[in-house]
Design a protein around this ligand. Structure first.
Ligand code: URA
Length: 183
């Protein structure tokens, strides 16, 4: 089966998943992008705009993320964008159990795409992918090699929108993004 078909199958599992929907609302937001992407960007959970459209990172944070991707010299259509949590959490912030459950779907997506590098946008992404916590405000910019994959830890774009000095840190970290796949 082609990678896109496999990703579509995972997306329909997410659409039918009652555990994913628990304490959440709106459309499923499985992720989008190139199934052969070298780089995957991973966020937190859909916001209101994403839950309305079913597309990841299309609200204000998404516009910042997408402009950072372009400024890093990449094309949006060449990368893949997703989150560990696939529905809008009623409480805004996902619970640890939401992140742990979302990891199951996310791992399947990553196994299909098999990217060279993953950009972890904030602490929920770190927890959802690496399975442990990192203080992202001090550890951002760090590159981690694990199980044949390269990870770049950075902040969530929403943090950059809330506090402009953090946007500068995101811009600095994104300068490393293209080097991740050159090695
Ligand atoms: N924030 C995220 O982490 N993911 C989205 O899809 C949108 C906002």
């Amino acid at each position: 089966m082609k990678k896109q078909q496999l990703l579509d199958t995972i997306a329909s599992e997410i659409e039918k998943c009652d555990l994913c929907k628990k304490g959440k609302s709106g459309k499923a937001v499985p992720g989008e992008g190139n199934p052969d992407a070298d780089i995957v960007f991973i966020g937190e959970a859909p916001g209101r705009t994403e839950a309305k459209t079913g597309r990841p990172f299309v609200g204000r944070s998404g516009q910042l993320l997408r402009s950072l991707i372009r400024e890093a010299g990449l094309k949006e259509e060449d990368v893949y964008i997703t989150s560990p949590v696939k529905y809008l959490p009623d409480r805004g912030t996902p619970a640890a159990s939401d992140i742990a459950h979302g990891k199951l779907h996310l791992e399947k997506q990553l196994a299909v795409i098999d990217p060279k590098a993953i950009v972890l946008l904030g602490s929920v992404a770190v927890q959802g992918v690496l399975g442990y916590k990192i203080p992202v405000k001090t550890e951002h910019g760090k590159i981690i090699e694990k199980d044949g994959r390269t990870y770049l830890v950075t902040l969530h774009p929403a943090a950059g929108l809330r506090f402009p000095p953090l946007k500068e840190l995101l811009i600095e970290d994104f300068k490393k993004v293209k080097t991740l796949v050159k090695k």
